[in-house]
Write a protein that binds this ligand. Structure first.
Ligand code: SF4
Length: 227
């Protein structure tokens, strides 16, 4: 399967989709958004990480910020916060045949995407899936295998190496295929109340509480009794 460019969906939507299918549909199909502190802080951090198209060199590492990426196979595009290209030491047996050439640069390099997150590591796969999708885009664009990728968490200022397993990649393929099906049908799933609702940036738009009641009258009645 290969998607045309005008069918691409946002790579960053993968984390929304994994968090809650309805949240993804509200944002990406219905274009609803409600900034809360969590999302605003996240955006500021990403802006700092991006500094669009900025590239710097440290010893044998070229750091590219805000690198646009895409995948025809997955039908997604987006931006990598940071991609580090490390020059392979001449004659290195470990990564022989896996290096890539960079325009106007001597030698061969290996790529490592680093995704910046505001908080702390989570108990779910949202961040891992987004990073795996970035890896898959880079592998397709650069015709290479990527061995390493990392997540950086702002709250604890730590960078974690992540192994991008075949299982994780398969999950990305399934999720992106499902996202395309929803998008084609303009389908927004109904509310399914879960623990995620408490941390959801769209809680005020989605109003999951309403779905506990049969109608608005019942809801207003219950709220009046609470007060
Ligand atoms: S409030 Fe709950 S059901 Fe509604 S979009 Fe957010 S997580 Fe999903």
């Amino acid at each position: 399967m290969s998607y045309a460019e005008d069918e691409y969906l946002m790579l960053s939507g993968i984390q929304h989709f994994e968090f809650c299918r309805r949240q993804w549909a509200l944002i990406h199909i219905e274009q609803q958004w409600d900034d809360n502190l969590r999302t605003v802080e996240g955006e500021i951090m990403h802006k700092n990480a991006h500094d669009i198209y900025f590239t710097e060199k440290r010893k044998n590492v070229i750091v590219s910020r805000g690198m646009p990426v895409y995948s025809h196979e997955l039908g997604i595009n987006g931006i990598c916060d940071v991609v580090e290209f490390s020059r392979i030491a001449a004659g290195s047996a470990e990564i022989k045949g896996k290096g890539i050439k960079l325009n106007g640069r001597e030698g061969l390099y290996i790529a490592e995407p680093i995704e910046y997150k505001r908080g702390q590591p989570k108990n779910n796969d949202e961040d891992l899936l987004q990073l795996a999708a970035q890896v898959m885009c880079l592998e397709e664009m650069l015709c290479c295998d990527i061995q390493k990728a990392s997540l950086y968490y702002g709250e604890i200022r730590r960078r974690y190496p992540v192994e991008i397993t075949e299982e994780l990649k398969e999950k990305v393929r399934k999720i992106t295929a499902e996202m395309h099906q929803y998008y084609k049908r303009r389908y927004t799933p109904k509310v399914r109340r879960s623990k995620s609702c408490n941390a959801c940036s769209l809680r005020n738009i989605c109003l999951p509480e309403l779905y506990r009641y049969h109608n608005a009258e019942e809801y207003i009645d219950a709220r009046l009794k609470e007060n």
